[in-house]
Write a protein that binds this ligand. Structure first.
Ligand SMILES: Cc1cc2nc3c(=O)[nH]c(=O)nc-3n(C[C@H](O)[C@H](O)[C@H](O)COP(=O)(O)OP(=O)(O)OC[C@H]3O[C@@H](n4cnc5c(N)ncnc54)[C@H](O)[C@@H]3O)c2cc1C
Length: 335
């Protein structure tokens, strides 16, 4: 049933105050037959961990709560409802003896949102494991999309590019293939050494990643945030080479022959902005790429702070930072 004037404060990990004009909890796919789904809602909400909400979300917010593991063949194939908590699903697969998702442990949010920005961490991306995405196409009906149809990219997919066309209802994963563990990212190897694990399995890697993430990232329950706020910018190699003259330690990760990816956190950190705070908003002291709500901030304040960070980075390095988080809603005029 559609409710009106619903507070979304509890439904976004930044802990920002926002009111949805209309709000519909989606608990069963049959609800998608309602006439209201002939067109796209104004916001499809999962765990609210990749959103920057302004005061008011006009129109209809649909909260995807389609939760449960719908099918598991016992051999590593899973069909999972879009509302299932991503981390719980990862842990379930590991407990069931299937490796693959261990590097993606502890990422907040829902299974249904994972394909939207092709979530990734520690050298893995969810697209590697997806065999189909089940969607409801507004005005048409249910469809099944292949990974090719989804056009996955770095923190990107068709769902981002064609926002307002599909609601993801379930995702199919194949974890049946045995893959080599990915240990060469972040401090995974060092953490395994610290844990005195010499022949790790997927569960050990998940433990190492969990420990690293807990040390590096703030717990949004206590300090509101949406993880990495900006994407790592992709720039031509020549831009990196120019920057190296002034910043010889600036790391870069190859993308292709012509381009490299620069760590946005490094750029912000070396601009002296790590731990910087203005009022209730700031960058996290442990990781400059994470913007935090120290308590009582609203979306407009976060937006203003992050635009300032973008302009400082542009001025210092000539590099444009692009938001990874989606900006939603409108600010109310304040008197
Ligand atoms: C502490 C922290 C750490 C994080 N670490 C990482 C990380 O390591 N790697 C990474 O990639 N991300 C990371 N994130 C970002 C975030 O966890 C992911 O983007 C996650 O997939 C968002 O899921 P969600 O359910 O919260 O989506 P929401 O924030 O609710 O929505 C995100 C977008 O997806 C759309 N959407 C949500 N559900 C559906 C659906 N069922 N159908 C269609 N569209 C939908 C929304 O409309 C919106 O555009 C982190 C966030 C936090 C707070």
């Amino acid at each position: 049933m559609i409710q009106h004037e619903v507070a979304l404060d509890r439904f976004n990990t930044f802990g920002l105050p926002a009111i949805a004009e209309s709000y519909l909890p989606l608990t069963h796919v049959d609800q998608l037959r309602a006439p209201v789904f002939k067109t796209a809602p104004d916001l499809v909400l999962g765990g609210g961990s990749n959103l920057l909400l302004l005061d008011r979300v006009p129109g209809l917010t649909v909260h995807v709560l389609l939760g449960s593991i719908l099918q598991a063949d016992g051999k590593g194939k899973f069909r999972v409802g879009a509302g299932v908590d991503w981390n719980q699903f990862v842990r379930h697969t590991l407990e069931a003896g299937f490796g693959g998702l261990e590097n993606l442990v502890l990422i907040p949010g829902t299974v249904g949102a994972a394909p939207v920005q092709n979530i990734g961490a520690y050298g893995a991306e969810v697209a590697e494991f997806i065999t189909a995405v089940h969607v409801y196409e507004y005005g048409h009906g249910p469809r099944q999309l292949s990974p090719e149809d989804c056009a996955f990219g770095y923190r990107d997919s068709r769902f981002k590019r064609e926002e307002g066309r599909f609601l993801i209802t379930a995702v199919d994963f194949d974890l049946s293939a045995s893959r080599p563990l990915k240990l060469d990212y972040g401090a995974i190897r060092q953490e395994l050494e610290r844990l005195q694990i010499s022949s790790p399995g997927p569960g050990d890697v998940a433990l190492a990643v969990t420990n690293i993430r807990r040390r590096k990232l703030p717990d949004w329950f206590f300090l509101g945030n949406s993880g990495s706020f900006f994407k790592n910018p992709v720039v031509p190699r020549a831009v990196h080479e120019n920057l190296l003259r002034e910043y010889p330690d600036l790391p870069a990760y190859p993308i292709d022959e012509a381009n490299v990816k620069l760590p946005a956190g490094w750029l912000i950190d070396h601009a002296g902005l790590r731990g910087h705070r203005e009022g209730a908003v700031g960058t996290y002291s442990g990781q400059a790429l994470v913007m935090v709500n120290h308590g009582g901030a609203n979306g407009a304040q976060v937006l203003a702070f992050t635009e300032k960070v973008q302009s400082i980075i542009q001025e210092k390095y000539g590099v444009q930072l692009e938001r990874e988080v989606r900006l939603v809603g409108q600010s109310q005029k304040r008197g």
